[in-house]
Every structure is written in C-alpha cells, then in structure tokens.
Design a protein around this ligand. Sequence first.
Ligand SMILES: Cc1ncc(COP(=O)(O)O)c(C=O)c1O
Length: 417
Amino acid sequence: MDRVSATTSHVLDTHRLRADFPVFEELFDGKPVAYLDSASSSQKPRQVLDRMRAFYEHEYANVHRGVYRLAERATEGFEGARRTTAAFLNAPSEKEVVFTRSATEALNLVAYAWGLDNLGPGDVVVITELEHHASFVPWQYIAHRTGASFRHIPIDDRGELQLDALDGLAREGDVKVVASNLVSNTLGTINPVERLAEWAHGQGAIMVVDAAQAAPHRSVDVQALGADFVAITGHKLCGPTGIGALWGRKEILEAMSPFNLGGEMIRSVGLQKTTFNELPHKFEAGTPAFAEAVGLAAAMDYLGEIGLEAIERHEHALVEQAMGALEEIPWIRVFGPPADRRAGIVSFEVEGIHPHDVAQILDWEGVAVRAGHHCTQPLMTRLGVAATTRASFYLYSVPEDLERLVAGLYKVKASLG
Ligand SMILES: Cc1ncc(COP(=O)(O)O)c(C=O)c1O
C-alpha cells in the first residue's frame, strides 16, 4: 500500500491527506466540495481504491471453494481482511468476526438469531432514545414478535443518556438485552457504553453496541467496552459500501441459531437434515462481499497509519470551532452535548427555515450537509423537531469547510429568513 500523506504525530497534515482523496480534485463552481456529510458516508482514499482494483485484477476468484492459485489468493485476501478487522477491534479471536453487508445487517443478525430464541413475555429489551433505526427497529420488531417489553433509556435536554432511569427499567421485568450506540449519529453524543455493559451483565443481559459511528473516528476496543456484540460498517470508515462486520463473543455466537442459510455456512446437507459450519462461516451465507472486505482492510490499514487518536483530536478541534461559531448566531439552535463530550457531528436548526431548504442553498455554495431525521425519528420527537441540518467531519475536513458553512448559512438566512 502507498504510504499515506500524514504524520502519526499529534496534528494531522490535513491538506496533504486530502491529496489521497480524488473527490477533492473536482471543482464545483471553482471550489472543491466542502464535504460535511461523513457521518452519512465517508469519501474514499486512493489507497483503498487501488487495493480493490489490484484485487480484482490479480487475486480474483470465488473464495473458499477453489484449489487453484487464484482462488487461494482470493481466500487469503478475504481471511487476511478478517485478521485485520479483528486487530482493528482488538477482538480476542478472528473467528469472532463475522462479515456482513452493513452495520444494519450485523444488528439484524443479533436481533433475529439471538432474540428469537432467547426472548419472551416477561423479558425486557432496553435501547436508547438516541438509537439509529438500524438498532432501534430490529429490537422493537423482535420484542413485539416474542412478547418481550421494549423500553428506552431517555436522554436529558443535552442529549445525554439518563442513567438514573436504569433502576426503574430493571423493575419492569428480566432485562435480557441492552442495545446502545457508542456515538450518536445525530447529536455526536459519546455514550457510556462500558457502564451500560456492566449494568447489562449485572441484570444477566447481553450488551449490543452499535459502533458504526464510532469506529471511523476513535479506537473501538471490544474487550475494553465489555460488550457481547459490536457492529461496524465499512463505508463510513473510508472503505467501500456493502461491507460491515459483527464482532460477537465466541460462546454466544456458538450457541446461536444461524441467521441466513446457504453457501459456506453449511457443513453438510442431507434430505432430512443440514448441519452448519463453524465460526465465523456459520453466519456468512452465500458468496460474501470479499472484494469489499479486502477494501475494508485497506481502509483500516489507512486509518491505522494515520492514527485514530490523531483523527479524533483533529475532529474535536473542528467540532469546537463549529459549535463556537454556530452558537454565536442567534437564529441557530445547536442540539446535543458540549463539544468535549461529543464526536465530530453537529446537528442544528435554522430558525424558521426547513432543513431541506438550508441544505439546498448550502449546496449552491458547494457545502454538502445532510438534512432530515438521520434515521433517528424517536430522537427527533424528543427534540421536538421533524428534522435537523447536520454537519459532520472527518480526517479530510478543514477549517475552511466550516468557514464556508457559516458563510453559507448567512446566505440561507438572507434568502429565506
Ligand atoms: C449509528 C449508526 N448505526 C447504524 C448505521 C447503519 O449503518 P449501515 O449503513 O452500514 O447499515 C448508521 C448509518 O447511518 C449509523 O450512523
């Protein structure tokens, strides 16, 4: 892999790093895009694109099934990606890393394969008011199907979890699942997942962590979190679309029923009975997204060379700058916790102007932000809005992007305010 254009010291050389991302070569009305939508999906560096191209050109065949050299190369690429993912998450074993299509699929896998067999009337599934629909809806659905209660940990006015609600939740029945994101995709809140995991285990529950929004920006150590399952996704961390991963504790994964059926997850099939493969293949039905897994591993290597701590610090500086600037504007309301307790995400409302109009006018200024409910409708209800405008940062974000955002917001106000 080409060396990345960054130092591993405290400060990112963002301007040099940006040269890794072809998207910034294109000019929109004379300027590169001020891409402030990385929480939705990140841009891709050449190192990832080149690795996938080389894989397709020189190492491509279906995995696991062939004895010829190309198939062996492909299998080694795929299984090597699993080792890289295990190391990225500090997983005790690569057998605990299941490749999925997305974080959504990883979370559905747990809800279906664990939830259908282990939940019933009298049990309680606890999620947070901040959950992304990818975690909220599968648990809501499986709770309703099994007769379990579905409860949430409320947030306070700053968008932080109210942990004093936990005792009350414990009195509602047998808490069997606690599901929380590590970083909220809408407010940027960093949630106290380690504490939740401790509480969950005290109740005899499993702890399911949605780290889709955390893994691109801070190091995620599944052992330190104390979780039982952790879901991540590739497309937010400089990797390709169509690939995610689920880490799960071996003993729980082993005891679980399969999720999807067919392909490499089979050991033997008879007319009456089928037996299933060992971990992690038991949960990988059909031809897996192996070229994408190789791309994901290249993205993890890329982030590893830059250093997730440096990325986190860089984004923290940007979020402080963004909140400082936005909070000074009287017709803007910023949602969520203070800068020191959030990741690089800022959701806000421009008084009297719909977020879609805000985003549309910002686009005319070459500023890409997201407007909508961000797949967190229960949170929107709590905030008392239908939608917000969200700016989110990544390793290639620069202070000029923020200056253009603020200048663009004054144009929005001038044209629609
Ligand atoms: C917190 C969170 N969880 C889950 C997801 C879903 O991830 P994927 O796009 O891989 O399904 C997202 C994506 O927006 C997210 O932000």
